[in-house]
Design a protein around this ligand. Structure first.
Ligand SMILES: NC(=O)c1ccc[n+]([C@@H]2O[C@H](COP(=O)([O-])OP(=O)(O)OC[C@H]3O[C@@H](n4cnc5c(N)ncnc54)[C@H](OP(=O)(O)O)[C@@H]3O)[C@@H](O)[C@H]2O)c1
Length: 335
């Protein structure tokens, strides 16, 4: 059994993570943290866990977490996570970080896009990006894994094979993404307040969403070239799910069959990427660790359409996939 601690356990990604880990035969959750006073039982905060996990939330110092757990999932916000992770690593823990703190390679890019000082700048550029479909080989030996962002996973998975195969122009990529409201987390914000988002669809952070540099960096790493994207996210009045449509310029004449074949060959052995002929809907992958992808050629442009559950393949499912690789368990365990 691997002893697990979850930081920021009152949030949405943590709830999904707990549910996945409860069916993992090699994982034992030994600590869950929150700043809430009075050490509430987890079922008080997540009623769906009643009679499933008998633990209280605690406001633990990193040393206390490290004394109890071998592996820590940090579900904290950016900048908070990287203030704590170094102490966990010093305490001998292995860490899967859900935040954006360790995804980018350089401090300047982080501080420009996130508008905050990075608490642990010296590690940037040395942390494994936990997208097994592209970087599986590096994950088993990692002590710290940067779990990918939800929008980035939905964009990187369809595009990386086409860029690697030199089928599309890396400087002419338009990404139109739509996300359910849980993508913004449980912490209250004006745009996710019910009367603001219910029965309404809106674009947000146009041209300045923080996932832009992550998508560009990882796609650039995958194809060995600079990649430029225009990324426009939208908030959709549904609980969960992401649908991303990419508009791409082919570098030469191409058929739909060739694009689909390229995707199929790339993901042939992948347990969690389904290249489909039909147009995927978010509901097809809700509550699963699948990313569904298809492609079309329309008026000389390639379009890819991809769907995933932001809380599972976009966060907690991916984290357990990484955990399985880190500890040598079959990659699909509990997923
Ligand atoms: N939601 C998604 O779809 C998604 C997908 C991929 C990645 N992520 C990333 O995963 C992380 C968690 O996301 P989430 O959606 O689960 O967020 P969330 O629902 O807002 O939960 C955040 C958690 O962090 C704790 N927290 C907040 N501010 C804190 C602070 N200053 N110090 C210590 N603890 C703090 C909160 O606990 P208390 O208030 O109880 O202390 C809460 O448990 C974030 O970094 C997010 O960017 C989210």
């Amino acid at each position: 059994m691997t002893r697990i601690a979850i930081l920021g356990a009152t949030g949405y990604t943590s709830l999904e993570l707990i549910k996945v880990l409860l069916r993992h035969p090699q994982a034992e959750i030994v600590a869950i943290t929150s700043r809430q006073e009075g050490n509430p039982h987890v079922a008080m905060v997540h009623p769906s866990l009643t009679n499933r996990l008998d633990l209280a939330l605690e406001n633990l110092a990193p040393a206390e977490v490290a004394a109890r757990a071998e592996c820590v999932f940090s579900c904290l916000p950016h900048a908070t996570s990287a203030a704590i992770v170094p102490h966990l690593l010093d305490g001998g823990c292995r860490v899967v970080d859900f935040s954006a703190d360790y995804r980018l390679d350089d401090v300047e890019t982080f501080e420009r896009w996130y508008g905050e000082k990075h608490p642990d700048p010296s590690r940037l550029g040395k942390v494994v990006y936990g997208l097994p479909e592209l970087f599986r080989d590096r994950i088993p030996a990692a002590t710290l894994v940067a779990n990918p962002g939800c929008y980035p996973t939905s964009a990187i998975l369809p595009l990386a094979p086409l860029l690697k195969a030199k089928l599309i122009d890396p400087h002419d990529i338009i990404l139109d993404s739509k996300s359910g409201v849980s993508g913004a987390g449980r912490t209250a914000k004006l745009i996710t307040h019910y009367p603001e988002c219910n029965e309404s669809l809106s674009a947000y952070n146009v041209g300045r969403h923080r996932h832009t540099p992550e998508i560009e960096q990882i796609l650039g790493r995958a194809c060995g070239e600079t990649v430029d994207v225009i990324f426009t996210p939208h908030l959709v009045p549904m609980d969960r799910g992401i649908l991303t449509t990419a508009y791409l310029r082919p570098l030469h004449d191409i058929t739909e069959e060739k694009v689909l074949e390229t995707l199929r060959e790339f993901y042939d052995q992948e347990p969690f990427v389904r290249v489909v002929d039909h147009l995927p809907a978010t509901k097809d992958s809700t509550d699963t660790n699948f990313c569904d992808i298809t492609a079309r050629v329309v008026r000389g442009r390639i379009l890819t359409i991809s769907c995933l559950d932001n809380l599972i393949k976009g966060a907690s499912g991916a984290a357990v996939q990484n955990f399985n690789l880190m500890y040598g368990f079959p990659e699909t365990t509990a997923l």
